[in-house]
Ligand binder design. Structure first.
Ligand SMILES: [Zn+2]
Length: 488
């Protein structure tokens, strides 16, 4: 799905094939409102600390400028600010109470288009692109108004998900004084479920062969019992304290026979690795990385290294333990790139140059993350919490919403850049969906640096890849050093 240069393998640039009179009429109806601007739409509630905290909690964003009054008061903005990635959240419609009662479907030109598409069977929906620009910082008390323009409705396209139409909207956000605070260009695909290249009756989902069991015996059962209990046990000599792996019947240091074990922290580094290409065993995912992991306790062990492409591997890269439960009651130790730590002090202007790499960051995707972040971004669409509804709309399971993809990418970049970094814009293109059970690994590098007047405008190119391909790619523009023009 992600091997094309357009989202979801679509071909937005190609001409339709004999659209036919009916299709032409339908398209004309869809496009009737293109260029129209809806009524301004004021948020139900102002920007507030509790809503910021709920969002940071779901995204695991620990930037103290968002949640710690004391630290924020001492920071560059003199108080709490909202994460820029929350821009769209403030004017999201609620669940049961919706928005102000005067709001009607005809108030936004896109709502009418979505209704037409739903009625014609294009009930599947995914966001494919979003571009946010940030003009002013948002603080508690700011009351946002969004004004949406319907920018474009594509002709019928054939995409990996199904036949559908791309709908592009542009929303301008202002505060209670009419100051422009930011903008969003959002492109979504409304598609007809079951018409894609991989429909719901996908017969490639055959039962997977069981992974080969590790060889076990009475003298190593304690190790595999440990794995089942979530403990990576390393053999330890009771006499001299020597640690060794793989387990042996005697201490390899003093020859003692009284052997116990210690529990490894799960932190280590990559000592070496191999990438076997042939023959391939059907129970494994390829490319397969077999690593020699040096644990911080000092012993090395062989383990698969997951969530990372072979070209992203480096000797001594930090790794963290995770577990793989197989179908036959065996639990296997696995390693993946260690989640990077949040930087407490912000990088300074002049510290970055083109080619600087951001740390790899694996993001395990589970139902809790998808649902909690959907709620924290006030996105109540059923495809983000109801598996049956998601399947009825042409996807195999619930999937992460675009506001969360934006939030998680922003959190990772912010953790790398430091809490005081200024945000100008972020541009995201979505491809393969993030479903529960997958892992998305974020990677990126500095692609441009422009220096002026004590600050650097830095562009970061990024990608988040999962087992299906590229979930998200794009660019972010950040300001390091003195913020140009001060702050709002
Ligand atoms: Zn010993």
């Amino acid at each position: 799905m992600a091997d094309s240069d357009t989202p979801l393998g679509g071909r937005p640039g190609s001409a339709g094939v004999n659209p036919g009179e009916e299709k032409a009429e339908f398209l004309a109806a869809l496009c009737a409102q293109v260029g129209a601007t809806g009524k301004p739409w004021t948020a139900r509630d102002p920007v507030s600390e509790p809503v910021i905290r709920a969002w940071c909690d779901a995204m695991a964003d620990g930037n103290p400028l968002y949640t710690s009054p004391d630290r924020a008061a001492a920071g560059p903005y003199g108080g709490i600010v909202a994460p820029p990635a929350m821009l769209q959240v403030w004017t999201m419609v609620g669940l049961h109470l919706g928005g102000p009662p005067e709001r009607a479907v005809e108030d936004t030109p896109s709502a009418g288009v979505y209704q037409l598409l739903d009625d014609a069977g294009f009930v599947g929906v995914v966001a494919t692109n979003a571009t946010y620009s940030y003009d002013r910082l948002l603080r508690p008390g700011h009351l946002l108004t969004g004004t949406q323009t319907l920018a474009e409705v594509s002709e019928e396209k054939s995409t990996g998900l199904g036949v559908g139409h791309f709908v592009t909207t542009e929303t301008l956000y202002t505060d209670q004084d009419g100051n422009r605070v930011g903008s969003m260009t959002l492109r979504i695909l409304k598609f007809r479920p079951g018409t894609g290249r991989q429909g719901p009756e996908d017969d490639t989902a055959e039962e997977r062969p069981v992974r080969p069991r590790p060889a076990t015996n009475r003298s190593t059962d304690w190790f595999w019992d440990g794995c089942r209990a979530g403990q990576l046990r390393i053999q330890a000599c009771d006499d001299c304290g020597h640690l060794q792996h793989p387990p042996a019947v005697r201490c390899l240091s003093c020859g003692g026979a009284d052997l116990g074990h210690t529990i490894a922290s799960g932190r280590g580094t990559l000592y070496s690795w191999a990438v076997p290409h042939y023959p391939q065993a059907p129970a494994f995912d390829y490319p397969l990385v077999v690593g020699l992991v040096e644990l911080e306790e000092g012993v090395r062990l062989v383990s698969n290294v997951t969530g990372v492409r072979p070209d992203q591997l480096n000797v001594e890269m930090p790794l963290e333990l995770h577990w793989l439960d197989t179908d036959d009651d065996t639990t296997l130790h696995q390693f993946r790139p260690a989640a990077p730590r949040r930087r407490d002090s912000t990088l300074a202007a002049g510290e970055l140059e083109v080619g600087h790499r951001l740390p790899l960051s694996p993001v395990p995707i589970d139902t809790l993350l998808i649902v909690s972040t959907a709620l924290a971004t006030r996105d109540f669409q059923d495809v983000h919490h109801d598996p049956d509804a998601a399947r009825a709309k042409g996807t195999p399971d619930i999937f992460m919403n675009i506001l969360t993809s934006c939030g998680i990418v922003s959190r990772w970049i912010g953790d790398w850049a430091g809490p005081d970094v200024g945000w100008q814009s972020i541009d995201l293109r979505l491809g393969a969906p993030n479903h529960p059970g997958d892992t998305m690994t974020l990677s990126g590098s500095v692609t441009a640096v422009k220096s002026a007047d004590g600050h650097d405008l830095v562009t970061v190119g990024f990608e988040g890849a999962n087992s299906l391909g590229t979930h998200v790619s794009g660019t972010a523009e950040l300001v390091f050093g003195d913020l140009p023009g001060g702050e709002a």
